[in-house]
Design a protein around this ligand. Structure first.
Ligand SMILES: [Fe+2]
Length: 409
């Protein structure tokens, strides 16, 4: 009984402070403030644990009732016990109710160990090399996530290929050769569109990497991007966006882009809130309704904005899959107001399909059981099957009637 109560107290205590961390990191609060709160959270997590352990040692018991004998401890422990029950119930409900959206009709993951495949040291600093060699760190193991999405769109959109890259985080901790290989893998898909969903460059010293990496991306109908919170570290936003434009990248935010594809219109835009406010410049849509409407957003939290706007697809990043994924439990931190609910994966948000990428890298090269991801999404029109079924039906009925005529004659 004591073991269950202590476990629930631990879940409640850790869950509460993880929720505070996730919420603070989903906002546009200044980085210095967020860094200070991180230290305060570590202290807030550690202090009660040290107090409880000290009480256990002094009283030579781990009995829950003995440790909870003074009013302050009792209040704290029962509050955490209640929170623990709540977090456990939420986690269990999430596990039991999670299922792949019916729109995802096919999924295939291909792994590449880039540390083995690329000659030379991929780590840029001794510290990143040490972190990179931690057990279960998959920061250099690339996954190519290929999925087929069946949507109710015209037959002309059948076969449309979209590639997503997210959260590249050029910090210098992982060398440029790693990102060049990522670009090579993305180009191998021969996509029609490429989307980059934010956090491109953390350190200004890495700006020259843009041309030999993202500048080499090839997509028939364009490479579109949104910026993320880490891009704020590049102080001159105008010069940064001009540099991105000079290498062929198209800013998705601030306007509606109409792309003609096989005689149909794909309309897309970007949302960089809460860090950049270009979405506020977005006017109302003009022209006929598009056949497919897509949003690029750095944060999945913008789904609240996207849903009433009638998007069919939303591509996001920012959460990095949680970066540390525990067996069975999953990730526990993700910078989202929804916590780890949308840390990574594909979700059906009332008919809008949202894919949240695990991204490519991070502030630090820590990715325990959470490999980098390049996504390829092939659109399949559900109307192709319907049209084929109608054709088949009419073929069968015409064959029946010709048989009938033959019998009559
Ligand atoms: Fe990021």
């Amino acid at each position: 009984m004591d073991l269950i109560r202590w476990t629930l107290v631990f879940i409640g205590h850790l869950g509460f402070w993880c929720s505070v961390f996730n919420l603070i990191h989903s906002t546009s609060l200044p980085r210095s403030f967020r860094k200070r709160t991180e230290k305060a959270i570590i202290l807030a997590v550690a202090a009660p644990i040290v107090f409880i352990l000290a009480t256990m040692i002094l009283r030579s018991t781990w009995s829950f009732d003995v440790v909870a004998s003074n009013p302050f401890s009792r209040m704290f422990l029962y509050a955490m016990l209640g929170l623990g029950c709540m977090f456990f119930a939420i986690w269990l409900f999430g596990k039991l109710s999670s299922r792949r959206p019916s729109a995802v009709v096919k999924r295939k993951t291909h792994w590449l160990d880039l540390e083995q495949e690329i000659d030379g040291d991929l780590f840029g600093t001794p510290a990143s090399r040490a972190i990179g060699q931690l057990p279960f760190n998959e920061c250099l193991k690339l996954t190519l996530e290929q999925m087929t999405l069946e949507l109710d769109v015209p037959r002309e959109l059948d076969g449309l290929k979209i590639c997503q890259l997210s959260d590249l985080h050029y910090t210098g901790q992982i060398n440029v050769e790693f990102f060049q290989r990522i670009v090579k893998e993305a180009n191998k898909f021969k996509p029609d569109l490429i989307f980059i969903t934010g956090d491109l460059v953390d350190e200004a010293k890495c700006l020259p990497w843009l041309e030999p990496t993202l500048g080499k991306l090839e997509a028939k109908h364009g490479v579109f991007y949104v910026l993320g919170n880490h891009d704020l570290r590049i102080k001159d936003e105008t010069a940064f966006r001009n540099q991105l434009a000079s290498i062929g990248l198209i800013q998705a935010s601030g306007k509606w882009h109409d792309i003609e594809f096989n005689g149909t219109t794909i309309r897309l835009t970007g949302n960089e809130l809460p860090w950049y406010a270009d979405v506020e410049k977005l006017g109302s849509e003009s022209g006929a309704q598009p056949e497919l409407k897509i949003l690029l957003s750095h944060s999945p939290d913008q789904l609240d904005w996207a849903k009433p706007m009638g998007f069919d697809l939303m591509f996001a990043g920012h959460t990095h899959g949680g970066q540390i994924v525990f067996p069975i439990i999953g990730p526990i931190v993700a910078p989202s107001k929804y916590g780890v609910r949308y840390a990574a994966g594909t979700f059906d948000i009332g008919g809008m399909i949202m894919h949240v990428s695990r991204g490519i890298s991070g502030d630090e090269p820590i990715r325990l059981c959470c490999p980098p991801e390049v996504g390829l999404f092939t659109i399949r029109s559900s109307r192709v099957d319907e049209a084929n079924a109608v054709e088949e039906q009419s073929r069968q009925s015409s064959s029946k009637s010709s048989n009938l005529q033959t019998q009559n004659t």
